[in-house]
Design a protein around this ligand. Structure first.
Ligand SMILES: [Ca+2]
Length: 416
């Protein structure tokens, strides 16, 4: 039932499918005479317009947009532009926003204005394809302890991923401490969200590092959700504590590559978004997932995928074929968009849109697409302290068609 809803409404081509459709270009044709070139170029232009891969209908600043269900009207404002793959946001107590760029930079938007110089540059980051400097998150008691956490890929015996805790005070990062390291990494499927749950524990989503069997291997940190204390030690109430041959950090397993994690207000359930199979794994394409994560559960990868089921494994709450490529996940809790309250949102990279999911507890009530075909690849989405919804474009990540002002941090602002 849910699958049919999602399939029917997932009208955009997935990133992988779209990429295939647009390439290779008609290279041989372009080598012919000028007279012959013109129709070929017109054809290419037509493919671009239809496929929306080369150009898109960007909205003029301050255009008023209605949701497809017409219950909410908003404007899209540009907050910062000229960025390079902004991956994650974190707001400071004074309302300024820190954000990461994949290349290794932590930037700041102060009083609504982007500071030209980075706040901090990670020295040992290894940015490539889907990995690099990824998440940033503040400690729940940041106001008193100054702790900020960065998740990034680095090179040590191959590619790996770690979460490092710093102090951020007086505008400077200091005192780095590795909270968890040695997570298997790769250019693709490197995760990583690191977010504090309502229980004060740090949850880290890891990718399968393109070695899919690791997701079911309990002595590996790949393809899992980890649960840690704020200093990196292992909570004694973790589901696999003191189990022979099982890493005690593991909270869930069988996760392919999750990049969105948010707790539902009211229920405190952990909702997660996860990328589904690519062609090279021989398990079809599409199959992107929204899951509700719970301690000790197995989310199936690579044993089951798409809408497959198997005893002892969890099938997703929502599944998207063709792929939407979810890069984030958030619940709206603010006051300025009353109709969005309690809704789950995520940005789509290949799917080039925002998906709004109306939920009631564990139940999906409905969903709809926002800003489809306007800003290209959308990655991060978070609610700001002002109640506006912020998102980032990811058109300079090597898979997009950047506009002159990309990449950007943008926000949805309510319109009466
Ligand atoms: Ca799954």
């Amino acid at each position: 039932m849910l699958r049919s809803i999602s399939a029917a409404r997932s009208t955009r081509l997935g990133g992988k499918a779209l990429f295939k459709k647009l390439s290779p270009p008609p290279y041989a044709t372009l080598k012919k005479t000028m007279k012959q070139r013109v129709p070929a170029m017109l054809l290419l232009l037509l493919i671009c317009l239809v496929g929306n891969g080369c150009s898109r209908a960007e909205l003029a600043e301050n255009t008023v947009v209605s949701t497809p269900g017409s219950d909410v009207r908003f404007r899209v404002e540009t907050v910062a532009s000229g960025l390079e793959v902004p991956w994650a946001f974190a707001w400071l107590p004074n309302g300024d926003m820190l954000f990461t760029e994949r290349k290794g930079r932590v930037r700041v938007i102060e009083g609504g204005k982007l500071r030209a110089e980075p706040v901090y540059t990670v020295s040992d980051v290894e940015p490539s394809s889907e990995s690099g400097l990824m998440d940033i998150t503040l400690h729940p008691q940041f106001a008193s302890n100054d702790f900020v956490y960065l998740a990034y890929s680095y090179r040590q015996d191959g590619r790996q991923v770690k979460v490092v805790r710093y102090k951020y005070a007086g505008g400077k990062f200091s005192d780095p401490k590795v909270i968890v390291g040695g997570i298997p990494g790769a250019a693709n499927h490197a995760g990583t969200r690191c977010r504090f749950g309502p229980d004060g524990k740090l949850y880290v989503t890891t990718g399968d590092a393109t070695d899919w069997n690791l997701a079911q291997k309990m002595d590996s940190l790949a393809g899992k959700t980890l649960r840690l204390n704020d200093d990196g030690t292992v909570p004694q109430d973790n589901p696999f504590i003191n189990k022979q041959g099982v890493r005690p950090e593991i909270w869930t397993y069988g996760n392919r590559n999750a990049q969105g994690l948010a707790w539902q207000p009211g229920t405190n359930l952990a909702w997660e978004t996860e990328h589904g199979p690519s062609g090279f794994e021989g398990k079809g394409i599409g199959g992107d997932e929204v899951n509700i994560l719970e301690a000790g559960k197995n989310y199936g990868w690579p044993e089951i995928h798409h809408t497959q089921t198997k005893a002892g494994m969890e099938a997703p709450v929502l599944e998207y074929t063709p792929s939407c490529a979810p890069g984030s996940g958030m619940f709206y809790t603010g006051a300025v968009f009353p109709s969005f309250k309690g809704n789950f949102f995520f940005g789509c990279l290949g799917g080039r849109r925002i998906i709004r999911v109306v939920v009631d507890g564990r139940k999906v009530v409905s969903q709809e697409n926002l800003l489809e075909g306007t800003y290209g690849r959308i990655r991060e989405m978070e609610q700001g302290p002002d109640g506006f919804i912020y998102f980032s474009t990811s058109n300079r990540d090597g898979r997009g068609s950047p506009a002159a002002t990309d990449d950007r941090v943008m926000r949805l602002v309510p319109e009466k």
